[in-house]
Design a protein around this ligand. Sequence first.
Ligand code: ADP
Ligand code: MG
Length: 265
Amino acid sequence: MNQTLAIANQKGGVGKTTTCVNLAASLVSNGRRVLLVDMDPQGNATVGSGVDKDTLEASNYELLMGEASARSVRCREVRGGFDLLPANGDLTAAEVGLMAAGEGREKRLQTAIATCRDDYDHILIDCPPSLNLLTLNAFVAADHVLIPIQCEYYALEGLSALLNTIHRIQQTVNPALEIEGLVRTMFDGRNNLSNQVGAQLLAHFPGQVYRTQIPRNVRLAEAPSHGLPVLQYDRSSRGAVAYLALAAELLRRQRAAGADAGGLR
Ligand code: ADP
Ligand code: MG
């Protein structure tokens, strides 16, 4: 069973890109075939995968504009072992182009990746920090949404807007969309606030919060400047171990959901 997972939160700096790149590499190390789709014009997932965003022959701009196919745009086997549909600042123009496109504009990504969906077990989509047409395209293409939550004071602010958006999508363009779960990022167990926010999430979203907590770890912050997932940068770091655990938990939940639809969720 393959899965298309949008990694989304309209807040910036909560660990979306870090989760996307490192979950992708960790799934690959579990023998899974993975495609990472960079839907943020900042191109952080592209750079963090070791690909130069400034010298791309084609990117997700051409993909969304219907000027190139997913197979021609994708970079095969980047350093984390996954394939990448890369992005750079051109994607901002794609968003403007989509606004003018009219009917079907929210389905461009879904249509584009359908052609290579069977090449992968997991397609991970890194969303931009806003609920715009690029994020909407991700929510239409996806069957699950993973929400990274930074365990700090304003963590829950904006979460209801995100959940409302997902709800609206479920009622209209993509009834199959499900929330895969919430992941606590940049967790610091010595910090009371981190613990309080973590506990609050568990109370509000029973069964939906991943048990794995991603710790604040400097190796996770350093790895992108080397164009590497943390697994390739420092395999024994706490960050690498945590993302391997997150991948294992995701695979367990997927197996459980397959065996007993609705069981664990
Ligand atoms: P987003 O994609 O949501 O904007 P990022 O994944 O880019 O967030 O993370 C924001 C910043 O925090 C980046 O500089 C990243 O390297 C750093 N970062 C993310 N997760 C962690 C972590 N667990 N520990 C330390 N630094 C982190
Ligand atoms: Mg990002």
